[in-house]
Design a protein around this ligand. Sequence first.
Ligand SMILES: [Zn+2]
Length: 143
Amino acid sequence: MRVPMTEYLMIDLNSERWLCRVCGHDFGDARDTYKKGTLIYDRNPEEIHPPILDPKRYQYTFSPDPKFCRIYEYYCPTCGTQIETEYVPPNYPPPLTCFGTLTTLKGVGKRSGKTPKPACIMDPVRTPKPICGLSLTKSKERA
Ligand SMILES: [Zn+2]
């Protein structure tokens, strides 16, 4: 049984592996972080958020300072899909996310006898609309 976890990640509960939802690439043991199986691009934040104000005239330009911030982009090495993006301090190791997910999913499935489902499922191949019952309607304006 394969359970979608994010727009581009799923877990195969039988093999206990992280998989790419686009191409099926195996990112590794689902009891560990999937990030070990990705390609990581350590980006200068100024490339993503260029200064809005003239850096010669202003100290703060609305652009993150690369001495304090880096942007990690995680890619599937087979299909090149960008899996995730994180803002971290320089030289910081990739943060552990989705840790313990497999144990939780298997526990939920065992207790309920039903297929475990993540909080929100996005389909990366077709239209990017949520299929988990959440609506993307605009919030009501206050009277
Ligand atoms: Zn892929």
